[in-house]
Design a protein around this ligand. Structure first.
Ligand code: ATP
Ligand code: MG
Length: 348
């Protein structure tokens, strides 16, 4: 078996405030294998950025270890650490390009710092501009580029030193859906053609489902669940997992007044006619607001959002049946759901 390229073990990171201590990461262990696209997803404040900053030691963990390509980062000298960081390219939501430099000279920047000769640096930058499909914009300044183009320049810059890993912290969060798709396509291409390992940090399940092989869902500084994306998508085991997966999918659904529940088919109730049973039990129809289920060899997997009958007695009957049949369910907080969206945008 191959060794992980990134091995995070029992990582913990606290921040000392004036009055209290924030435990941004409590205890996280993750192994990322060479050549994979690994996703880390969580709500705002879950600790995602802190985690990725600990991976390249921009932030020193309070305890726990990060081993990169066989090297224990805690035991490296500052000089060795700088060398290791060159093997980890990083891109951000806000691109972080140098505004006074052209696209080309943004990409040559990390090479200039390393003392690479100017003509060599320019040659490499042009090659990278071709890879990110911006060869005709080498003289453009960041202000003259669209968000997607800026992110392409940032990706090219991150690749300049030939890193083994690309760390992406919300790299598509500032982009519209089409541009997001094109950037995700580019990351996938880099992964496939250059074998670069990609660590994707996001709060959007769509991003995970489009390009990741495996995913860790983090919640309040801990891993809630972890595994292959296909498995987690079809049968999330935790409430936060279900929220993130269905929360994204049901953004489009228009909810009116009422009680909504998300039920999860985790593969156990294969032949059971769940909806008919609910209807029989409550003696009232239930409204299916959203369904994403799949029958795999007679086993039901997926999720559904139903609207309960108005009558409270009937509501109790439905929930009693779900409990009895051991079908996982959570109430969908439609109002809080939309509030969460709003605060996420305005928070820094
Ligand atoms: N330098 C810092 N000093 C103090 N607290 C911090 C610092 N950096 C992060 N935190 C706190 O640690 C927690 C996790 O923050 P982090 O930025 O890692 O979350 P996140 O998952 O990246 O969120 P978002 O999706 O909003 O980017 C938060 O409570 C945050 O306020
Ligand atoms: Mg963050």
């Amino acid at each position: 078996m191959a060794e992980p390229i990134i091995s995070i073990s029992h990582l913990r990171k606290e921040f000392q405030g004036t009055r209290s201590t924030v435990e941004a990461i409590k205890d996280i262990s993750i192994d990322v294998m060479p050549g994979e696209i690994y996703g880390i997803i969580g709500l705002s404040g879950a600790g995602k950025s802190t985690l990725v900053r600990c991976v390249n030691y921009l932030e020193k963990p309070t305890s726990g270890e990060v081993i990169f390509d066989g090297k224990k980062l805690s035991s490296l000298t500052p000089k060795e650490l700088r060398a290791v960081r060159q093997e980890m390219g990083m891109i951000f939501q806000q691109f972080q390009l140098l505004e006074q430099r052209t696209a080309l000279r943004n990409i040559t920047f990390p090479l200039e710092i390393r003392g690479v000769k100017k003509n060599e640096a320019v040659k490499r930058a042009r090659e990278l501009l071709r890879i990110v499909e911006l060869e005709d914009r080498e003289n453009a300044y960041p202000s003259q580029l669209s968000g997607g183009q800026k992110q392409r320049v940032a990706i090219a810059r991150a690749l300049a030193t030939n890193p083994k890993v690309l760390l992406c912290d919300e790299a598509t969060s500032a982009l519209d859906p089409n541009t997001t798709n094109s950037i995700l396509g580019l990351l996938k291409k880099l992964n496939r053609d250059m074998g670069i390992t990609v660590l994707v940090i996001t709060h959007e399940m769509d991003v995970i489902s489009q390009i990741c092989d495996r995913v860790a869902i983090i919640d309040k500084g801990l891993i809630a669940e972890e595994g292959y994306v296909a498995d987690i998508f079809m049968a999330p085991k935790t409430k936060i997992g279900r929220e993130l997966i269905l929360g994204d999918a049901i953004k489009e659904v228009k909810f009116s007044e009422g009680k909504y529940y998300r039920i999860t088919f985790d593969g156990r109730q294969s032949q059971e006619p769940v909806i008919s049973n609910i209807v029989l039990r409550a003696k009232s129809p239930v409204n299916i607001m959203y369904a994403q289920t799949r029958d795999v060899g007679g086993i039901a997997r997926g999720q559904m959002v139903i609207q309960l009958p108005e009558n409270e007695e009937q509501q109790r009957e439905v929930l009693q049946y779900l409990r009895f049949a051991q079908i996982p369910f959570d109430e969908v907080d439609t109002v809080a759901g939309s509030e969460k969206q709003d605060t996420e945008e305005t928070e820094e």
